[in-house]
Design a protein around this ligand. Sequence first.
Ligand SMILES: Cc1cc2nc3c(=O)[nH]c(=O)nc-3n(C[C@H](O)[C@H](O)[C@H](O)COP(=O)(O)OP(=O)(O)OC[C@H]3O[C@@H](n4cnc5c(N)ncnc54)[C@H](O)[C@@H]3O)c2cc1C
Length: 395
Amino acid sequence: MSTTCCVVGGGPAGLMAAVLLARQGVDVVVLEKHADFLRDFRGDTIHPSTTELMAELGWLEDFLALPHTRVERATVGLGEETVVVGRFDRLPVRCRFIAFMPQWDFLDFLAARGAELPSFHLLRSTAATGVLVEDGRCVGVTAHDDDGTPVHVRAELVLAADGRDSVLREAAGLEPVAHRSRMDVLWFRVPRVPGQESPLFNAGDGAVVALNRGEYWQAALIIPAGGHDALRDQGVGALRERVRRLAPALAEGVESLGSWDQVRLLRVRVDRLRRWWRPGLLFIGDAAHAMSPAGGVGINLAIQDAVAAANILGPRLLGDGVRERDLARVQRRRSWPARVTQLFQLVLARRLVPARPGRTAKPPLPVAVVRALPFLPHLTGRFIGLGLRPEHVRS
Ligand SMILES: Cc1cc2nc3c(=O)[nH]c(=O)nc-3n(C[C@H](O)[C@H](O)[C@H](O)COP(=O)(O)OP(=O)(O)OC[C@H]3O[C@@H](n4cnc5c(N)ncnc54)[C@H](O)[C@@H]3O)c2cc1C
């Protein structure tokens, strides 16, 4: 088949870019290798930068009607004490909170918005395998559906948004520069009693992040990178004990954790491409810069890439065509916010994961500094909530 823009990957970056391009009238085909968007234990945090985009698009009311919980302040529990390290209540936006929303609901919402547009086409269960190249220019992608039937899509532009394990990255011969991540994450669910509260971060001899999902806590135990096997050898009782110690609010609920089958290990990766593009091909989101869960900013950064790409490339796709300098412009706009945010994530991981077992994790900001400078949580709130160089949808 042939289209104007082929987007590979129906994650936050790919779907948002596709919907924004289709909204401008660009013919778009999205290839998504899975049949649905069900993916638990991935980014669930919609930050004010993204909710503001929902408002710009006129979708805010419908978006807020989806089940979500709201967090106006990022808090760290240190034993008995709770410290506010980030505040969103003075941000110059309509929604001054982080919305915790299952990622599948958000992606379903974007896909439904796309389906309303005649030039938006989503092919589920279709996995891209490589790029079609003619005269040194990418002119489309090769793929196959669930039955193995080959699918070839020719396109004027390929947007690669196939995440941190990007197949297209390899196919295009682009190798990322990787940073050594200090942490891995164990995700699990813990039943929650209505009205129960917990700080977002619970720091001590390690750290537990507790995301309120209404009926349950989506909990993350942060462990040193590569530390999973040693912990597993100690049995699930040792995991429960660690959670009880770090996050008292979860102490009772964590008893329901009976086996390691209820625990998901996610290896954290932080990397980035030096060059995000080849002629006819542009990488965005995690495919261009894999983000760690630290700070919960990955989805939002991916969305910002999508907005910049649609703003810059949409008019070119409808006009004289995309030039190499247009692709370079998208990278120039988005690469430094991604690099600075990755640096922040690496520093945060260093504080959250003690250098040696038995040492105490530190909160994201030194408590004494937060107390001395009451405006600081507003600054961190702005950095986390809006990010650097927030993008706006151009009509
Ligand atoms: C453990 C963990 C927890 C995280 N928690 C948060 C959080 O709380 N908040 C936050 O903002 N960020 C979080 N992040 C980061 C966030 O998930 C990513 O930064 C974000 O999802 C990137 O979006 P993306 O669209 O670029 O890529 P992805 O979300 O990875 O989407 C890529 C899509 O491409 C599809 N795909 C892959 N290969 C192919 C192929 N060959 N053909 C077709 N389709 C393909 C995939 O199925 C997927 O749908 C977390 C990351 C991890 C690892």
